[in-house]
Design a protein around this ligand. Structure first.
Ligand SMILES: *[C@@H]1O[C@H](CO)[C@@H](O)[C@H](O)[C@H]1NC(C)=O
Ligand SMILES: *[C@@H]1O[C@H](CO)[C@@H](O)[C@H](O)[C@H]1NC(C)=O
Ligand SMILES: *[C@@H]1O[C@H](CO)[C@@H](O)[C@H](O)[C@H]1NC(C)=O
Ligand SMILES: *[C@@H]1O[C@H](CO)[C@@H](O)[C@H](O)[C@H]1NC(C)=O
Ligand SMILES: *[C@@H]1O[C@H](CO)[C@@H](O)[C@H](O)[C@H]1NC(C)=O
Ligand SMILES: *[C@@H]1O[C@H](CO)[C@@H](O)[C@H](O)[C@H]1NC(C)=O
Ligand SMILES: *[C@@H]1O[C@H](CO)[C@@H](O)[C@H](O)[C@H]1NC(C)=O
Ligand SMILES: *[C@@H]1O[C@H](CO)[C@@H](O)[C@H](O)[C@H]1NC(C)=O
Length: 590
């Protein structure tokens, strides 16, 4: 199926040769006792990121509404990250992942980059991909970028990725990879590239499968081409983000057929979109196992932010039992259902409660690879590798989720240890409720034999083989431990209305943010200290990089493609001025 012509060519005409090479490689691996020639201490780093996946939309948290057996098998075999915090929207979250910094410190804090806006992650910021590349890694991004495209220099292959197949903007159609901007009259434009080149080979193919196939192909080629070089792969899925508003929910018919018991059509599509994503996780882990790369890999699964249950791009995602959703200051927007696996971990098959920030992943994964990021980068992220490796969970983490000073709706969300401060909110408080549900009326028939289903996955089987001396884990006990318990409201519960006054929560006791402790703690040193800290971050914040739309982006000027229009305009203007110069010279001479 269509990758680059280059890759397709290899795939078709050299299949027999590849098989022989694979056999030879397998023999070589067997002869060297399962060790590849990769430099010691540099694991492959495989990050699989979902887009807008709800906190409760993976079944390892206990929902039987629709199952995600591959993600669950990874979670139970590895370490469930029960307190991984992202930003509440795509652009800030991805900027924090790739820079290890709070969005307020890079100017990426406000909203997202809309496709027609000429801004991006500032050039001076060093990305995780650059750091890994400088340390000998082959770096690949498959899928979504969303950190700027108005200039060529903003795009992934100019920001540390050796390779990119995917889209530059916010989202695309799952089948034709076009983006139609809401509320504007731009022509619908195609947005899919291999490195810097537009590619239409994927049109007609479901993009979750396109990206999975590309990941599998990359892993196979990587292993046959140069086993001494470690791989850094960010598989950045579209799923289960909604596509364009004229056809937001899209899934292959055979995937939908598994969810006929779900009567609500939107929700049936959502289940199928998540299920196809789950299949992708299985395909990637299978490919790593086939290529003997799995034992030397760190595999991380996460979502970029919480799911949108209501409002723009809502998909029926559920962040149950948490409050809020995508694009809000609440736990439902900020907590990601995530799991990580590596043979390095001493306590595989556990739920890790350590508060972790998405920006911690850069220094943490770098440490796993023996890389110490330059202290001059002034990362906000912390290296949690030793804690993760040995299973400690007692570090007090401070996390600035956001301080958004936009006058239209200023808000802040900040955590230190168990304390969380929220002041102001988004969207006139429309996203402030407990929006998601756990549906129990409609049950995935596979849940009758849930444990057997998990044990039957190839993911489970591959990871069990690499488990070493650790004992078999108790699936139902882990599933129970990954549930979030929220106390019922009582007469003493004080509501939080963040447009009227700031709120304080004890997130350990009250992860659902029902009981506002602000009044009770009003004069306490702890609260005054938190407010002072927030004030300090606010003072030092980078001004937001947001820029208003530029209609010159309209794909109708560029063969119906979304492109780096500012460069195109500059070279167009360049052509225009040379024509003018020629004209002036002509006029002068005659
Ligand atoms: C789009 O074009 C239509 C018809 O030309 C016009 O009525 C409408 O106001 C335009 N919308 C925007 C957002 O420019
Ligand atoms: C991109 O296009 C250029 C010019 O058409 C071509 O030389 C180059 O090989 C292409 N690169 C890839 C990766 O397809
Ligand atoms: C293989 O990887 C090593 C180490 O990263 C690198 O120096 C070398 O150039 C690579 N060789 C090929 C053929 O890609
Ligand atoms: C499906 O569920 C969504 C979200 O709850 C709701 O908005 C929509 O009306 C439902 N559709 C049907 C056909 O019932
Ligand atoms: C809360 O937000 C309001 C409105 O922006 C602001 O006036 C107030 O100073 C903020 N309070 C705190 C404690 O940050
Ligand atoms: C697990 O696999 C076995 C052997 O293939 C099969 O008989 C069984 O039905 C499977 N169970 C489930 C729950 O999928
Ligand atoms: C697994 O844990 C549950 C409690 O969560 C317990 O009831 C069950 O006996 C355990 N099973 C095994 C095999 O240890
Ligand atoms: C906080 O201090 C103010 C002024 O000193 C006082 O009026 C108020 O009662 C105190 N509140 C609490 C909850 O102690």
């Amino acid at each position: 199926m269509g990758m680059s012509t280059d890759l397709k060519h290899r795939g078709n005409s050299h299949r027999n040769v590849s098989i022989i090479l694979l056999l030879a490689a397998g023999l070589a691996v067997a002869l060297t006792n399962g060790q590849d020639a990769r430099s010691p201490g540099k694991p492959h780093v495989i990050i699989i990121m979902a887009d807008d996946l709800g906190f409760d939309d993976v079944s390892f948290r206990g929902s039987n509404n629709f199952l995600t057996p591959n993600i669950d098998a990874l979670a139970y075999s590895g370490v469930i990250l029960n307190n991984l915090y992202t930003a509440s929207m795509c652009t800030p979250s991805r900027s924090a992942l790739l820079t290890g910094k709070y969005p307020i410190n890079t100017g990426m804090q406000h909203y997202v980059i809309v496709n027609d806006q000429p801004w991006g992650l500032p050039q001076k910021e060093k990305t995780m991909a650059e750091i890994f590349r400088e340390n000998g890694y082959y770096t690949s991004l498959l899928g979504k970028w969303h950190l700027g495209m108005s200039q060529r220099n903003f795009t992934p292959t100019q920001r540390g990725f050796d390779h990119h197949l995917g889209y530059l903007g916010a989202y695309v159609d799952y089948y034709d990879q076009t983006y139609q901007q809401n509320g504007k009259n731009y022509t619908r434009g195609h947005d899919f590239r291999l490195n810097l080149n537009v590619t239409h080979d994927q049109v007609g193919h479901y993009v979750t499968d396109v990206l999975s196939d590309a990941a599998v192909q990359l892993i196979e080629q990587h292993s046959s081409r140069n086993s001494s070089q470690p791989l850094f792969l960010l598989l950045s899925h579209l799923a289960p983000h909604a596509a364009n508003d004229d056809d937001p929910m899209q899934a292959p018919a055979e995937e939908l057929a598994k969810f006929e018991y779900i009567r609500n059509e939107t929700h049936r599509y959502y289940a199928a979109m998540v299920s196809r994503l789950d299949r992708s996780v299985g395909q990637v882990i299978d490919a790593l196992a086939r290529q003997q790369m799995l034992q030397d890999s760190i595999v991380l699964f996460l979502s970029d932010n919480g799911g949108p249950t209501v409002g723009e791009h809502s998909t029926t995602a559920s962040n149950y039992p948490l409050r809020g959703q995508k694009n809000s200051p609440w736990e439902g927007g900020l907590r990601s259902s995530a799991a990580i696996w590596s043979t390095e971990f001493e306590r595989l098959g556990t739920v890790w409660k350590q508060q972790t920030y998405i920006g911690d992943l850069l220094p943490t994964l770098a440490a796993a690879a023996g890389i110490t990021p330059d202290p001059d980068l002034h990362l906000d992220g912390m290296n949690l590798w030793p804690a993760l490796k040995y299973g400690y969970e007692s570090l007090e983490r401070e996390i600035v989720h956001t301080i958004d000073t936009n006058p239209a709706s200023p808000y802040l969300s900040y955590t230190r240890g168990k304390w969380k401060v929220v002041n102001g909110t988004t969207n006139a408080a429309l996203f402030d409720g407990w929006l998601g549900e756990r549906l129990t009326q409609e049950v995935d028939p596979r849940s009758a034999n849930y444990e057997e289903l998990i044990r039957n996955t190839s993911v489970w089987q591959h990871l069990q083989l690499l488990m070493g001396s650790q004992s078999e884990r108790n699936i139902s006990s882990l599933r129970q431990q990954a549930q979030i318990e929220c106390p019922e409201s009582s007469a003493a519960t004080k509501p939080c209305l963040p447009l009227l006054a700031p709120c304080l929560f004890d997130i350990d006791a009250d992860p659902c943010e029902r009981n506002n402790l602000y009044e009770e703690y009003r004069n306490s040193t702890i609260l005054l200290d938190l407010l002072q800290r927030i004030e300090q971050f606010a003072r030092q914040a980078h001004a937001p990089n947001n820029k208003p739309e530029d209609p010159q982006c309209d794909p109708r000027f560029y063969h119906n493609e979304w492109t780096w229009w500012q460069d195109e305009q500059a070279s167009g203007a360049g052509r225009l001025s040379s024509i003018l110069i020629v004209f002036v010279c002509f006029w002068w001479i005659f």
